[in-house]
Write a protein that binds this ligand. Structure first.
Ligand SMILES: O=P(O)(O)OC[C@H]1O[C@H](O)[C@H](O)[C@@H](O)[C@@H]1O
Length: 431
C-alpha cells in the first residue's frame, strides 16, 4: 500500500501536523520500531501477529478445507476478529461460493439465512479463539439443529478454528472435525492473515500465497522511519492528528469491495487504542455513497476528524451511455470508473480546501496481494500507534463487563452492577 499524508500537514489542514513535528515524531517512531522488532523476534503476545506472513501455512489450511472445497455456500460463525478478517477478504474478492457471516444473534436475520441457504451444499466455518463466545456458540447450536432438521450431516461439513482448549476444541475432538488452531499470541483483530481469516478464503478458492506475499512485502517496509514506511507514516500521522484534536478517523474506501474492510479497521483501531481515556474513534464510510450523507459534516462540522481515503489505481470499468439530456451530456464521454475517480478527487480536494485533514491510502488494485498488504500494513500502523499512545494495544479488558452482565441477566442471576446502572438510568418516555 502507498500512503499520501500531504493533506494532513498543517500547511494544508487544521488540525494538521507540521513537517517539523513529524521530524521530531520520527525519533519516537524509531524507538517504537525497535520495540516492535524486539517483540516480533521474541514472539511476544500481540507482536507475534506481525510474524504471520511467515507463520501461516497455506497447505495446512487447504488440507483442512479439502472435505468442503466444493461448497456452494460458506456459513462462517464467529464474531469480532473471528469474523471480520475473513469477511474483509472474501467480500473484497470475486468467488462462485456464496458467503454468509453470522456475527450477530438477531433471530429473524439468522432464520432468513438458514431458510435461504442450500444446507446440503453449505460448509460451516466455526471460528472462536476462546471457544466460549456466547454469540458464536449460540449461533453454532442453532445452525447445527437446522442442519439436523434438514437431514444434513453437519459433521461432514464443519471446520473448526479455535484455541488449544475450550468447548469448541472439545466439540471438534468429539466429532473428529477438521480443525485448525488460532495461533498463540495473535489477538483476534490481528488474525486475518492466519487460519482465522484464511479458511474462508481457501473455501472460496482465493490465492492464499498471494495474500501472504502481499503481507510479507509490507513487512519488509517496516523500518525505523515514518518517511520510509507507509504503515508507520499512517500510524504516526493519525496519532499526531489525534493529539491535535482529530479524535475521529472516518475510513472511506472508494470501492464497494472494500466496504467490509472499513468494519475490520474499526475493530482494529477501536479495540487496540481505546484505553485509558485515549484512542481515536473509527467511523465506517464508503465512497462515493457517503459524499451524499456525511461529507457535509466532514467539511463543515467540528474540526475533530481525519478522513482516510482508500483508493485503487485500476479496476473493472463500464462506459456511461450517451444521453440527449442536455444537463447530463458531460457524463456521456465518461465511464463509471472515471466518474468514481473524479468524485474521489473532488471530495479529497474539497476537504483539503476547507482545511480538513485527510490521508490517501492507495492500492494498485483489489486482489489478494494488495489486500494482504493493506491488512498487514494497517495492523503494523496500529501497533505503532499503540506504542506512541503508550497503551496495551493487544488486550481488550473493557469488553468483559458487558459479557458478565449478559451472562448474569440471561442466567436469571442478578448482575448487581448492571441492575444498579439500569435503575439509575431509568427514564422511560411513553408514547
Ligand atoms: O474469537 P473469540 O474468542 O470468539 O472472540 C471474538 C471477539 O470477542 C471478544 O469479546 C473481543 O472483543 C474480540 O477481540 C474478539 O475478536
Amino acid at each position: 500500500m502507498n500512503v499520501d499524508i500531504g493533506n494532513a500537514l498543517s500547511s494544508v489542514a487544521s488540525p494538521g501536523v507540521s513537517r517539523d513535528s513529524l521530524e521530531r515524531l520520527d525519533e519516537q517512531v524509531a524507538a517504537a520500531h525497535e520495540r516492535i522488532e524486539t517483540g516480533m523476534a521474541n514472539e511476544e503476545h500481540g507482536y507475534e501477529a506481525l510474524n504471520l506472513p511467515e507463520r501461516t501455512d497455506p497447505e495446512e489450511i487447504r488440507a483442512a478445507v479439502e472435505p468442503v472445497a466444493d461448497a456452494e455456500a460458506l456459513l462462517t460463525i464467529g464474531i469480532g476478529g473471528s469474523s471480520l478478517g475473513a469477511a474483509t477478504i472474501t467480500n473484497a474478492l470475486d468467488s462462485d461460493t456464496e458467503t454468509v457471516f453470522l456475527d450477530n444473534v438477531d433471530p429473524a436475520w439468522i432464520s432468513r439465512h438458514l431458510e435461504s441457504l442450500p444446507l446440503e451444499g453449505t460448509a460451516i466455518n466455526v471460528v472462536s479463539r476462546s471457544g466460549t463466545t456466547a454469540e458464536t456458540l449460540a449461533n453454532f447450536l442453532v445452525v447445527r439443529e437446522a442442519f439436523e432438521s434438514a437431514g444434513v450431516d453437519w459433521t461432514e461439513r464443519t471446520i473448526v478454528t479455535t484455541g488449544e482448549s475450550g468447548p469448541l476444541r472439545d466439540l471438534a475432538n468429539r466429532h473428529d472435525l477438521p480443525s485448525l488452531k488460532v495461533p498463540d499470541g495473535v489477538p483476534g483483530r490481528f488474525s486475518a492473515l492466519s487460519a482465522v481469516g484464511m479458511v474462508a478464503a481457501a473455501v472460496c478458492g482465493h490465492d492464499l500465497e498471494a495474500l501472504l506475499s502481499g503481507a510479507a512485502a509490507e513487512r519488509e517496509t517496516l523500518s525505523g522511519s515514518l518517511f520510509d514506511c507507509p504503515a508507520y507514516a499512517y500510524g504516526a500521522t493519525t496519532y499526531a492528528l489525534d493529539q491535535r484534536g482529530a479524535g475521529v478517523n472516518a475510513v472511506m474506501p472508494y470501492a464497494e469491495s472494500l466496504e467490509t474492510y472499513a468494519e475490520w479497521f474499526a475493530q482494529l483501531w477501536a479495540e487496540s487504542l481505546g484505553k485509558d481515556d485515549l484512542g481515536q474513534t473509527p467511523v465506517r464510510a464508503l465512497g462515493v455513497t457517503d459524499q451524499h450523507s456525511q461529507l457535509q459534516l466532514y467539511r463543515a462540522g467540528p474540526r475533530d476528524k481525519l478522513v482516510t481515503f482508500v483508493t485503487t489505481a485500476e479496476g473493472a470499468d463500464r462506459p456511461i451511455p450517451d444521453t440527449d439530456v442536455e444537463d447530463l451530456a458531460y457524463l456521456g464521454d465518461a465511464t463509471l470508473g472515471e466518474l468514481l475517480e473524479a468524485e474521489f478527487e473532488a471530495t479529497e480536494a474539497s476537504l483539503a480546501a476547507a482545511g480538513r485533514p485527510n490521508v490517501r491510502v492507495e492500492l494498485e488494485r483489489v486482489d489478494e496481494y494488495e489486500l494482504g498488504g493493506l491488512l498487514y500494513g494497517m495492523e503494523a500502523a496500529c501497533v505503532l500507534a499503540g506504542e506512541l499512545y503508550g497503551v496495551n494495544t493487544f488486550e481488550q479488558p473493557a469488553v468483559e463487563w458487558a459479557k458478565k452482565a449478559t451472562r448474569g441477566l440471561l442466567g436469571g442471576g442478578e448482575f448487581e452492577e448492571a441492575n444498579a446502572v439500569a435503575e439509575k438510568t431509568e427514564l422511560r418516555v411513553e408514547r
